[in-house]
Ligand binder design. Structure first.
Ligand code: ADP
Ligand code: GLC
Length: 480
């Protein structure tokens, strides 16, 4: 039996701000239980729902040094859907009303978390063969393992995997402060280790010191080795290319299933979507105050409203996207500029545009089920889960060909009768608009073809089965 520990800053169903939580919460369930004992460690944020807190069991606590600071570390435990979860408790760091705050606070918060993860292991008597770290918040774990914990035989032989879910966020702050927080010696703060462009960088530390580096699609693994997508670390990623690979994310097909989904109005499947799916559209139109018309083309967006997701393209041609023969439903929060853009257009085109500027999981399910198409014109996209959810619900994705979007959405080819969605290559608003117009033409004028696209989209398999096996291969390779 091999022991694997996932360390991350978010995880469904406990705490989620984006796709990272979906991955950390679902992937562990898909490993071969005969061979791997996979457990998960996340912070015990105060904002985790009381319903989950009530199920946590206090395991132990101790005090830990973080340079000159001496901090409390509590460990709570819970078993959920066959997986053991540990929650690192500390009110000073984890009592905010959001998992992330100002970067200078987060820098200390996640240095604490990373060190606490390692310190907790001997105390709970769980020795992982592999620690699987996710994103910059856990980038210091491979560093601490090689430094602070290297003298303790308990930690000998533990391997690390660093998975990059988004290279944009690296955990960067000034060197002196980070040295003061981590207690790491100046040896670590050179350009071949934690230093990058004069600052210290947690993710860079993780990439330098992890045994294996992965990211969440094959295309993104290639892209981040170029200056455009490399966010300043393309040189390092090229240097580590021999230990870098892309494994596309899967989806929890039990949670995201239009046949059983408790949040949607009407269940449907690949066999009966032609009749049943539109009932979801009618119900959503009623709920959101849109004109009730099962025939109108409904396009959805569920997203963080940031530049990454291509909202400047949407902004540029918003007027044309809100055409009379289209309904546009948006669910998201983020940059005020985009929040206000969508509020304005809802006001301008009442009954046609619905802007839901908040976070709501239940409503996201309803939107994936109700819409005909889903718009995701990202500037860059490590993997993207929203387009996988759309495919699963027979809602055709309209995407830009980048990263995981390129790897998961096959563009419609009207001559060969292939494809599962629509896509365009260049980051250009009018190229996007032309692709939306093309999708609408197929929807309105070639309905049989549209329905065959939906057939293929719903048949596409992005369950975890294949990708979990690839991670298993990495764990085996690292531990023989
Ligand atoms: P990212 O992690 O970059 O935000 P992904 O596509 O990987 O992008 O994952 C986003 C996840 O967050 C999806 O599960 C999506 O449904 C969800 N999501 C984003 N915004 C909202 C929102 N406002 N309400 C509910 N769910 C949301
Ligand atoms: C990040 C990426 C997204 C990816 C998710 C899970 O948030 O932006 O593309 O799907 O992580 O890996």
């Amino acid at each position: 039996m091999k022991n694997i520990l996932f360390a991350a800053s978010e995880c469904v169903p406990f705490i989620k701000t984006g796709g990272l939580a979906d991955v950390v919460g679902s992937l562990p369930k898909y490993f071969d239980k005969e061979e791997f004992d996979v457990r998960v460690m996340i912070p015990n944020y105060r904002m985790i729902d009381q319903k989950w807190k009530d199920q946590m069991v206090y395991k132990t606590s101790f005090y830990m040094n973080l340079a000159w600071r001496n901090q409390y570390v509590g460990i709570m435990e819970m078993e959920y859907e066959g997986i053991t979860f540990y929650f690192i408790d500390n009110e000073f760091y984890f009592s905010g009303d959001h998992p992330y705050g100002e970067i200078y606070q987060d820098i200390e918060k996640f240095a604490f978390f990373s060190k606490a993860v390692l310190s907790a292991l001997p105390v709970i008597d769980f020795k992982p063969d592999v620690i699987h770290c996710h994103d910059w918040q856990t980038g210091l774990i491979p560093v601490f393992l090689k430094d602070t914990f290297a003298q303790n035989p308990f930690f000998w032989g533990i391997k690390t995997v660093m998975t990059i879910h988004n290279l944009k966020f690296q955990g960067v702050w000034d060197k002196n402060t980070i040295q003061d927080i981590t207690g790491l010696s100046s040896y670590y703060f050179t350009p071949d280790k934690l230093e990058a462009y004069g600052n210290a960088n947690y993710l860079k530390g993780g990439i330098c010191y992890a045994d294996e580096v992965t990211t969440v699609s094959e295309s993104y693994a290639q892209e981040i080795r170029t200056p455009f997508y490399g966010e300043g670390l393309d040189g390092l990623l090229n240097a580590r290319a021999g230990s870098l690979c892309g494994i596309v994310n899967g989806l929890d097909y039990n949670e995201w299933n239009p046949w059983t989904d408790p949040y949607i109005y009407h269940h449907y499947s690949a066999a009966n979507f032609r009749r049943e799916k539109k009932k979801n559209k009618l119900a959503l139109q009623k709920e959101l105050g849109l004109e009730e018309n099962e025939k109108v083309f409904m396009m959805g967006v569920v997203s963080r409203l940031t530049d990454q997701k291509g909202f400047d393209l949407i902004e540029c041609v918003m007027e044309q996207l809100c055409a009379e023969d289209t309904q546009f439903v948006i669910l998201g929060t983020g940059e005020p500029r985009y929040e206000n853009l969508f509020r304005h257009y809802e006001w301008k085109y009442k009954g046609r545009v619905s802007s839901n500027i908040y976070y709501n999981n239940e409503r996201s399910h309803k939107i994936y089920a109700a819409c005909d198409a889903f718009l995701m014109p990202s500037l860059f996209e490590p993997c993207g889960l929203s387009q996988l959810m759309s495919l699963r619900y027979g809602t055709l994705p309209i995407v830009r060909e980048t990263g995981g979007l390129k790897d998961t959405v096959e563009p419609y080819n009207e001559y060969e009768g292939t494809g599962t969605g629509f896509s365009f290559a260049n980051y250009n608003a009018h190229e996007m608009l032309a692709t939306v117009e093309y999708a609408k033409d197929v929807y309105y004028n070639h309905k049989r073809e549209w329905n065959k696209l939906v057939d293929r989209a719903m048949a596409a398999d992005f369950s975890w089965d294949v990708s979990a096996k690839k991670y298993e291969e990495i764990y085996r390779k690292l531990t023989y």
